[in-house]
Ligand binder design. Structure first.
Ligand code: SAM
Length: 269
């Protein structure tokens, strides 16, 4: 990696600049991308999928790491020639042009694989839900989001940011906010600050059927978060559902913890 031009020189050499429509805000400081990769690892030879490599700052750090293979999924074809220059011929790097919302990860990697990405903000939440609800589940996920979304993922009951995303993410994974980054760390800078979340799937995570129920219950409960559950969950069983789950029907969604929502999901008929 040391013989390569700087990320900025690579962008200039290929005449590339950021496009808003692809959510492009680049990390051009390798000290930052190496830190993210350290927080994501160790990989112990496992594969890593990186979504949206863009100019390849995270990719370079991943190629320096103990990842067995590094598989890139990039939607903007302008970046493919630049990314191909990172290939040292060892067979570790694979570049896939495609939309991460549509790719089937199980066809890209064999065995457990990590996901590491500075996500395009416009599709970050949709991608996280895709990975949390399967069918393919990563070994671990280390993802950059806009700060507000990161806070919604790790929020606890009673926090302003607590809602559907926290309940679903934390039912499937242990989730920790591991790094804050100011907008100025990106080129061009976005309007908001960012944060990295590290998620590790739980051994006791719910099956896909229970997750679907959890999505229904949380959509209803947080869709009207100021109402009591007996009322917000009316179409799903209201007070009777709450009582079957051992939940106080007069409580509001924002105070119910993940275990409570899982009991509500289990009590749905
Ligand atoms: N990883 C690079 C970095 O940190 O400098 C770029 C991050 S930039 C925030 C998001 C990247 O995701 C861009 O390269 C963009 O082209 C790509 N992208 C946007 N939507 C995508 C999608 N649906 N599937 C795959 N890549 C996408």
């Amino acid at each position: 990696m040391t013989d390569l031009p700087s990320l900025r020189e690579s962008l200039d050499a290929h005449g590339l600049s950021a496009k808003k429509s692809f959510g492009q805000h680049f990390l051009l400081d390798l000290n930052v991308t190496r830190k993210i990769v350290r927080l994501a690892g160790p990989f112990d030879g496992r594969s890593v999928i990186e979504v949206g490599p863009g100019p390849g700052g995270l990719t370079r750090a991943l190629l320096e790491s103990d990842a067995g293979r590094v598989v890139l999924v990039e939607k903007d074809p302008r970046f493919l020639p630049l990314l191909a220059e990172l290939d040292d011929g060892s067979g570790r790097l694979e570049i896939v042009e495609g939309d991460a919302l549509k790719v089937r990860e199980a066809e890209l990697v064999e065995g457990p694989a990590h996901l590491v990405s500075n996500l395009p903000y416009n599709v970050g939440t949709a991608l996280l839900i895709k990975w949390l609800t399967g069918p393919w589940l990563p070994y671990a996920l280390t993802l950059m989001f806009q700060k507000e979304v990161a806070e919604r993922i790790v929020a606890a009951p009673g926090d302003d940011a607590y809602g559907r995303l926290a309940v679903i993410a934390q039912a499937v994974c242990e989730a920790r906010l591991v790094m804050h980054l100011p907008a100025a760390a990106f080129t061009p800078p976005p309007k908001v600050a960012s944060a990295v979340v590290h998620l590790v799937p739980r051994a006791d995570r719910p099956d896909r059927e229970t997750l679907k129920r959890l999505e229904r219950v949380t959509a209803a409960a947080f869709g009207q978060r100021r109402k009591m559950l007996r009322s917000s969950l009316k179409t799903l069983g209201g007070a009777a559902l709450c009582e079957a789950a051992g939940i106080e029907p007069d409580a509001r969604a924002e105070v119910i913890d993940g275990a409570g929502f899982l009991r509500l999901a289990a009590a749905l008929t």
